[in-house]
Design a binder for this molecule. Structure first.
Ligand code: ZN
Length: 310
C-alpha cells in the first residue's frame, strides 16, 4: 500500500500542548522499523493549493489564514497556532489526502499518515482541524472527473460534524459516524448515519454496532471510493475518548472495515484521524494497528483491484 507522509506533519508545539503532534513522525518511524512500509512506497505530497481549498472553504476564511489575520477567537477554536508554518502544514496534510485518494482509485488502497480533519467547516476550523481534507479531496477528484460516489466511514470517537455539514445535500456522498454520544462536538449536525454510543462502550457492543451499520452505509452509498477515518480515540486509555475499546478491539474493528471493502472491491483511503494517548509513541503504536491489518487483509504489495462488474 502506498503511503503519503511529510516530515512537516510534525512541527514543534509548546511542552504540554494537548495535541500530540509527535505521533505522526513516531508512526512513520514505527511503520518503517516494522517493515510495514518500505521507503519506495512512501511519497511526500505537495501542499494543497489555495484554489483546491476554495472548492470547500469560504474565501474570507482562506484569506484570513493566508494573510495571517485570523481572529484570536477563530484561532482558539482550532487550538493550534494559526501561523504560516501551521497553515502550511495543514495544507500539506490536505495534499496528502488528495494524493492518497488519487492513488487509491488506481491501486485500490492508499494511506495518508495524517489527516481525517473532520471538524473543519466551510468558514472555520475547529478542534485541531484547519481544513476538511476529505471534502477537499472529493472536490478535487470530482473536478478532474475521476470520482463520483463516496462514503466516509468515520470511526473517530468524536462525531464527524464538519463532514456532516459539508456533505449534507450531496446526493453522491454518504457519511457514517460511530462516536461517543456525550463527547465533543456537543452540537452534532446529522450525518447520513449517526451511531451514538454510551460512555464506557467496550469491544463487543462497539463491534456489534459497526457490523450492523457499515453494511447499511455501503449498500446506501454504492461508493467509488471510501475514506476510512481510523481514529484510535475510542481506545480505553484515550485522554479525550470516554469509550473503552481494547487494542484487540481496535484491530478487529479495522479488520472488519477493510475486509468488508475488499469483499465489495471498493477502493479505500486510510486516514489516522484522532488519538490522544498518554504519549505520542503510545498513540502512534495504536495508529499502526490499521496498517498491520491492511497488510493482513490486502497483502504486502499494491495490486489493482478487479474491475467492478456493475
Ligand atoms: Zn477524535
Amino acid at each position: 500500500m502506498r503511503v503519503l507522509y511529510a516530515s512537516e506533519y510534525t512541527l514543534s508545539l509548546p511542552e504540554g500542548h494537548r495535541f500530540p503532534i509527535g505521533k505522526y513522525s513516531a508512526l512513520h518511524r514505527m511503520l518503517h522499523a516494522e517493515g510495514l512500509v518500505r521507503p519506495d512506497v512512501i511519497s511526500t505530497p505537495q501542499r494543497a493549493t489555495w484554489d483546491q481549498l476554495s472548492l470547500v472553504h469560504s474565501g474570507s476564511y482562506l484569506e484570513a489564514l493566508r494573510a495571517g489575520c485570523l481572529s484570536q477567537k477563530a484561532a482558539r477554536r482550532i487550538g493550534l497556532p494559526a501561523t504560516r508554518s501551521f497553515v502550511d502544514r495543514a495544507r500539506r496534510v490536505v495534499g496528502g489526502t488528495v494524493e492518497a485518494a488519487r492513488l487509491a482509485l488506481v491501486e485500490g488502497r492508499a494511506a495518508n499518515l495524517a489527516g481525517g480533519t473532520h471538524h473543519a467547516f466551510a468558514d472555520r476550523g475547529e478542534a485541531f482541524c484547519f481544513f476538511h481534507d476529505v471534502a477537499v479531496a472529493v472536490g478535487v477528484l470530482r473536478r478532474e472527473g475521476r470520482l463520483g460516489r463516496v462514503l466516509v466511514v468515520d470511526l473517530d470517537v468524536h462525531q464527524g460534524d464538519g463532514s456532516a455539514a459539508l456533505f449534507a445535500g450531496d446526493a453522491d456522498a454518504v457519511t457514517l459516524s460511530l462516536h461517543g454520544a456525550r463527547n465533543y462536538p456537543f452540537h452534532k449536525p446529522p450525518s447520513t448515519f449517526d451511531v451514538a454510543l454510551p460512555d464506557g462502550t467496550e469491544d463487543e457492543a462497539y463491534l456489534a454496532a459497526l457490523e450492523a451499520w457499515l453494511p447499511r452505509a455501503l449498500a446506501r452509498a454504492r461508493p467509488d471510493l471510501v475514506f476510512y477515518l481510523a481514529g484510535v480515540d475510542p481506545f480505553r486509555d484515550d485522554r479525550l475518548g470516554r469509550l473503552a475499546l481494547s487494542r484487540a478491539g481496535l484491530a478487529r474493528r479495522d479488520r472488519f472495515v477493510l475486509e468488508s471493502l475488499r469483499e465489495d472491491a471498493v477502493p479505500v483511503v486510510i486516514l489516522p484521524a484522532g488519538g490522544y494517548g498518554p504519549t505520542a509513541e503510545q498513540t502512534a503504536e495504536l495508529h499502526a494497528i490499521v496498517h498491520r491489518e491492511a497488510r493482513r487483509v490486502f497483502g504486502p504489495h499494491s495490486r489493482a483491484l478487479a474491475p467492478r462488474t456493475c
